[in-house]
Design a protein around this ligand. Structure first.
Ligand code: 5GP
Ligand code: ZN
Length: 112
């Protein structure tokens, strides 16, 4: 997808601190971390929002990668948070589906 920031990261046109990849997904550190550990897991294929998801199993792929990262980071026992923001009210800023994985501190609830 032209002019998509995360597609440009998938294509290697924009650098990112990549922490995990497989044939379906790519994960990299968030440029503006909101927790001691903050990474984003994205599908390689462009999907704008979670509401546009048609591929069976893509959320499974994103979750599986996030869980691998959580184990690698050693944050499973203390806990972590997976977040998918959708559209304006959901607080989505980048319109290429991504799952946030946040850890290393206690999260608040409800979210803002
Ligand atoms: P959203 O609000 O869309 O759920 O989250 C978008 C996330 O992408 C934000 O946490 C933001 O810091 C992150 N982000 C925006 N631009 C870049 C970038 O160029 N590189 C990386 N690594 N993260 C980015
Ligand atoms: Zn994209």
């Amino acid at each position: 997808m032209p002019d998509c920031l995360f597609c440009s990261i998938v294509e290697g046109e924009i650098p990112a601190d990549i922490v995990y990849e497989n044939e379906h997904v790519l994960a990299f550190k968030d440029i503006n971390p909101q927790a001691p550990y903050h990474a984003l897991v994205i599908p390689r294929q462009h999907v704008a929002t979670v509401a546009d998801l048609e591929t069976d199993g893509m959320m499974d792929e994103l979750t599986r990668a996030a869980n691998i990262l959580a184990r690698q980071e050693g944050i499973v026992e203390d806990g972590y948070r997976l977040v998918v923001n959708c559209n304006e009210n959901g607080g989505q800023a980048v319109y290429h589906l991504h799952m946030h994985i946040l850890g290393g501190r206690a999260m608040k609830w409800p979210p803002g």
